[in-house]
Each structure stands twice: as C-alpha cells, then as structure tokens.
Write a protein that binds this ligand. Structure first.
Ligand SMILES: [Zn+2]
Length: 116
C-alpha cells in the first residue's frame, strides 16, 4: 500500500504533528484525508515521486526476477518470464515488457508481421 504525506493547510491553527507533516498508509482506492486526525484542522495531501512508481502495478517476486535477467542481459529469459506472468495476471505492462525483451533478445516481431 502506498504511503501518503499530509501537511497542515493552516500551520497557525494546527497541531505540531500536522504542521511538520505526517505520513499515512492508505489504500490507493481510499480518498484523501481532509482533516488532521489529531487536531481536526484541514490538511492537504502532498504528492511525491514514489506514488508514480506504483502506476505499473506492485513490484512482485516475478518483477524482481525479470529485472535480474534484464540486468544480466538474459533477454529471452526475461521475455519468457514476463510473457508467462502477463498471461497469468493480465498485466499489460508486463506484456509490453515481454515484447521489448524479445526484441532485445533478437526476435523481430515487426518483420514477422509484414511477412504474413
Ligand atoms: Zn493536527
């Protein structure tokens, strides 16, 4: 679950905790908090970089394995694994990744397509 940071909208009225800013672990589907849980004064959510990383889906054991293969230059291994996982989880990002890895492994899908 992602961590969100909140900070007091009006530091003059709010408690120490929200003036400094605090973090909350929330589900991505949960709506943003509007009030500090301590002093009930308005807070606003601060967006920060790590939230962007979550976009492609959570990092799984398989993701790590694929990354490892990619790092070692084992493109066909990475592609096969990503392809299999994409079928299983219906994740589009993995399907794209599998295609990219296949290309790096030397497969040329564009060529096959035009040859048909
Ligand atoms: Zn507060």
């Amino acid at each position: 679950m992602p961590t969100y940071a909140y900070r007091a909208v009006d530091p003059g009225k709010s408690c120490d905790r929200c003036c400094q800013g605090f973090e909350m672990i929330q589900k991505i589907t949960e709506s943003a908090m509007t009030k500090c849980p301590h002093c009930k004064n308005p807070v606003s959510r601060i967006l920060f970089a790590p939230a962007v990383v979550i976009k492609g889906g959570p990092m799984t054991e398989t993701d790590r394995k694929i990354k490892e293969y990619e790092k070692e230059g084992k493109w066909s291994h990475a592609a096969e694994l990503a392809d299999k996982e994409a079928e299983k989880t219906k994740r589009k990002d993995l399907k794209t990744r599998a295609l990219e890895d296949y290309k790096k492994a030397g497969y040329n899908f564009d060529k096959y397509d035009t040859d048909k």
